[in-house]
Design a protein around this ligand. Structure first.
Ligand SMILES: *Cc1c(COP(=O)(O)O)cnc(C)c1O
Length: 224
């Protein structure tokens, strides 16, 4: 056991309010380290590549109360694997993927999967996700997807070192969730906000995050 990792997780827990779910992001992290994090009490793990995740899940089958979160860009030919291997899909980022998730979830006769809608609150050409106007337009269609449990919003902010910009971005997402909730759609629940990574999670929590996704803060720097 790395004393370091256990201690880091314990220290983190103490700074995070109890209602915020800590997701340990384990891309490039070995199954040994995942086991250590598990032993330190972590049950939520996030991966961003389907193949890498499946290989690790195979080796970790004995840890059967892990909740797996898919946080990577979802290609349409991987939707089925994402549905069958993850408890939460954070990155429903376009209409086509939402439609496919709904259809395949029905075909597989699954319990409707937990889905978050990935939104871009600030102009950012490099990131996936709905712009706010596009998401607002898509809502009536999304609300008709009976085979999905849409639970809230997810965001990855464009890189910035400015805490003010981070706050502005996260607050836009929080306000958008509030606005959507007030529209009283029947299938769109807006109770989760997946926002905040190692560089900005403290600000995300202040802005209302219910899930934070931490990689480097827990496991150290990733290989380049
Ligand atoms: C890698 C990743 C994270 C974690 O990033 P860190 O900076 O290591 O905390 C969070 N969310 C997503 C979508 C990621 O790809």
């Amino acid at each position: 056991m790395t004393v370091d990792l256990t201690k880091r997780i314990q220290d983190l827990r103490e700074t995070i309010p109890p209602h915020v779910r800590l997701i340990a992001v384990t891309k490039t992290v070995s199954v040994e380290k995942i086991r250590e994090a598990y032993a330190a009490g972590v049950r939520d793990f996030g991966e961003n590549k389907i193949q890498e995740a499946l290989a690790k899940q195979e080796e970790l089958q004995d840890l059967d109360d892990i909740c797996w979160h898919f946080i990577g860009h979802l290609q349409s030919n991987k939707v089925k694997l994402a549905l069958t291997h993850f408890d939460w899909i954070h990155t429903c980022d376009r209409a086509k993927i939402a439609e496919r998730l709904d259809r395949l979830s029905a075909e597989l006769k699954m319990t409707p999967p937990n889905v978050l809608l990935q939104v871009k609150p600030l102009p950012d050409p490099n990131k996936y996700g709905w712009t706010i106007p596009d998401l607002l337009t898509a809502l009536p269609t999304l609300d008709q997807y009976q085979n999905l449990k849409i639970q809230g919003l997810m965001t990855i902010l464009p890189f910035t070192e400015s805490p003010d910009e981070m706050r502005t971005g996260f607050e836009k997402v929080r306000d958008l969730a509030q606005e959507i909730a007030e529209k009283k759609y029947s299938h769109l629940v807006m109770k989760e906000l997946s926002m905040g990574m190692s560089a900005d999670y403290a600000i995300a929590i202040e802005a209302g995050a219910t899930m934070i996704r931490l990689g480097r803060t827990i496991f150290g720097e990733r290989p380049a």
